[in-house]
Structure formats: structure tokens, C-alpha cells
Ligand binder design. Structure first.
Ligand SMILES: Nc1nc2c(ncn2[C@@H]2O[C@H](COP(=O)(O)OP(=O)(O)O)[C@@H](O)[C@H]2O)c(=O)[nH]1
Ligand SMILES: [Mg+2]
Length: 318
């Protein structure tokens, strides 16, 4: 067992090993999870969390790396969480990410963490916010979360950000894919990357059209901008940073940032509580209380709804 408070102190001093250790503790079902979360709580709420999502190969890691450079120029401390459910732990995508992030590897103002999974997305969706909290508590001003935006859980992870950036690239059939995965609903900023390739303008136009279709905006509503970039040459990245700053300012002005964080926290509590309840109810299989209720139903003394009420009341009393 490790001393959590000294780990937290070290993480706040910017020691990468302490940050890594804390993330490992909150990732798994560590017995120290609760202690870590309690220690982190008062230290969080400062980091601006930006999610980057899009199909594999669209340029998320390249863009993330370019954004890190841009934020470092502003003197900000940056955390990067690369969540890649599509690749096994030692697989190609994360390895590629590491190469694309390698220029930041020796920068003490940057902390980079990959989270991979072998098909356990639900768990990742649950542990990503805890990892974000560790980076926040460790003093990161900005946390960039890269996820592949192809499925519901990935979109869930992306939705844990304050601002969601959706990336597309020309000629990847992205428009249709994006609509399918529902990422057209979550984008606050859209990036058409690989603008050095043919079709970037057409992709931007198509996207603009698709975004406009569902439009029922009132004055003062946020209209997601579309920014064209060549991430591999860092072109357009300053415009992305500018769009992020505008979105953040808009959220603060309209109380949206607090509202989003509150909604996120509520979902998180709900999910933890539901898991706890499900575990307790799971424990009831073969439980005498359940058997007794079942007998009374069979005997016509009780209906199943009343029985369920009694059961839930019994469980929540502890
Ligand atoms: N031509 C071109 N290639 C790019 C651009 N951005 C990234 N790439 C390349 O696209 C490939 C996938 O990039 P990566 O950042 O790993 O995509 P990810 O899977 O979304 O993280 C890499 O070979 C990058 O070098 C760009 O703006 N233009
Ligand atoms: Mg990547």
C-alpha cells in the first residue's frame, strides 16, 4: 500500500511517476481508489478538458501533438490522455501515437498517458474521468483527451470533455460515418484535417451542410466553427486554439461550462450508484428475502411490483 497523500504531493510537484501511479490506482478497481478520489477532489476543477474524436487515421494524435506545442508556447501545463480502444495494448495505433507525441516526451510540462483496452470499453468510459481528475489535480491547465469516435462508448468518453473537437479528413467517407456515430451532435469545434489533400473544401462544405440541417439555433447559441488544418505541418492549429478559446469564453459567459460539468458529475454519480445497486441486487440471487417475496407472489398474497418495492427498500436501508 502506498501513501496516497505523498503521491498526490509528488504529482502536484509534477513528478511523472507519481502521476502515473495515481492513474493506475484509479484505472483499476484498486482498494485505494476511494482514498485517491477523496484526496483529489479539492484539487480539481482547474483544467480545461478538450476531447478530440474522429475515425482512425484522421490525424487526432498529430493534431493533439501540435496542440500541445501551441499550448506549451503559452506556458501552459498540458496533460494528454490517449484512449484507444481499437488496438490491443502493444498494438500499432498507440505505438504510432507515441511516435507522434515523442517530441514532448522530455518536456516536464507535458504528461502523456495512453489507455488501451482489450474490448472493455465500459470500464474505460468509467476510468477516463478519474484519470482526467488526476491530471487536473496534478496541475495541468489543459487536458487533451484523444478517442476514436466510432462507437457509443467512445462518444461517451468524448462527452466528458468541456469542449469536444470532432476531426474529419477528405476522402475517408467520414461524413456518413460521423452522422452514424452521432458525433455530429457532440462537436463544439469541427476540424477538417489533411487540408493538403484534394477534397478538403468539399468535406468542409458537406459538413457545413449536415450541421446546418439539424439547425434550430437561437441568437447567442454556439455555432460550431469548421477549421481546416494540416496537422502534420502544424497549419491551422493556432486557429483551432483560437476556436477553443472562443468556445470556452462562450461557455463561461453563458454558464454552460458549470452546467456541463454538473451534468457530467451527475451522470458519473448515477453510474457509480447504479453499479453499486446492481451489485447488491446481484447478491440477492438465492437470498432469503427474495425467496420469501417470490413465495408470497406465487401464493397470491403479493404482486411483483409491491414485492420489488419492498426489495429495493430493504436493499437501500443497507
Ligand atoms: N497528408 C497529411 N497527413 C497527415 C496530416 N495529419 C496527420 N497525417 C498523417 O496521417 C496519419 C494518421 O495520423 P494520426 O495522427 O496517427 O491519426 P489518428 O489515428 O487519428 O490519431 C499519420 O501518418 C500522419 O502523419 C495532414 O494534415 N496531412
Ligand atoms: Mg491516434
Amino acid at each position: 500500500m502506498q501513501d496516497v497523500s505523498s503521491l498526490v504531493d509528488q504529482a502536484r510537484e509534477g513528478r511523472p511517476r507519481a502521476v502515473a501511479r495515481l492513474i493506475s490506482l484509479v484505472e483499476g478497481a484498486s482498494p485505494q481508489l476511494r482514498e485517491v478520489m477523496a484526496a483529489l477532489a479539492p484539487l480539481t476543477g482547474n483544467a480545461y478538458v478538450v476531447g478530440l474524436t474522429g475515425s482512425p487515421g484522421v490525424g487526432k494524435s498529430t493534431s493533439t501533438s501540435a496542440l500541445v506545442t501551441a499550448y506549451r508556447k503559452q506556458g501552459k501545463r498540458v496533460g494528454v490522455l490517449a484512449v484507444d480502444p481499437s488496438s490491443p495494448f502493444s498494438g500499432g495505433a498507440l505505438l504510432g501515437d507515441r511516435v507522434r507525441m515523442s517530441e514532448h516526451a522530455s518536456d516536464p510540462g507535458v504528461y502523456i498517458r495512453s489507455m488501451a483496452t482489450r474490448g472493455h470499453l465500459g470500464g474505460l468510459a468509467r476510468s477516463a474521468p478519474q484519470a482526467i481528475r488526476v491530471l487536473d489535480a496534478a496541475g495541468c491547465d489543459v487536458v487533451l483527451v484523444e478517442t476514436v469516435g466510432v462507437g457509443q462508448s467512445e462518444v461517451e468518453i468524448a462527452a466528458q470533455a468541456d469542449t469536444s473537437v470532432v476531426l474529419l479528413a477528405p476522402g475517408m467517407g467520414d461524413g456518413i460515418q460521423a452522422a452514424k456515430a452521432g458525433i455530429l451532435e457532440i462537436g463544439d469545434v469541427y476540424v477538417v484535417n489533411k487540408a493538403d489533400r484534394d477534397g478538403a473544401d468539399a468535406t468542409a462544405r458537406e459538413l457545413n451542410h449536415m450541421l446546418g440541417l439539424g439547425e434550430a439555433r437561437r441568437p447567442g447559441d454556439w455555432r460550431p466553427p469548421i477549421v481546416k488544418t494540416v496537422a502534420s505541418r502544424a497549419e491551422g492549429v493556432d486557429e483551432v486554439v483560437e476556436a477553443l478559446e472562443k468556445h470556452r469564453a462562450w461557455m463561461e459567459e453563458h454558464g454552460v461550462l458549470t452546467e456541463r460539468r454538473r451534468a457530467r458529475a451527475a451522470r458519473e454519480v448515477e453510474s457509480i450508484a447504479m453499479t453499486a445497486l446492481r451489485e447488491r441486487i446481484g447478491d440477492l440471487h438465492g437470498d432469503r428475502r427474495l425467496d420469501a417475496l417470490a413465495e408470497r407472489i406465487v401464493a397470491g398474497e403479493l404482486d411483483p411490483y409491491r414485492a420489488a418495492d419492498e426489495l429495493v427498500a430493504g436493499i437501500t436501508k443497507g
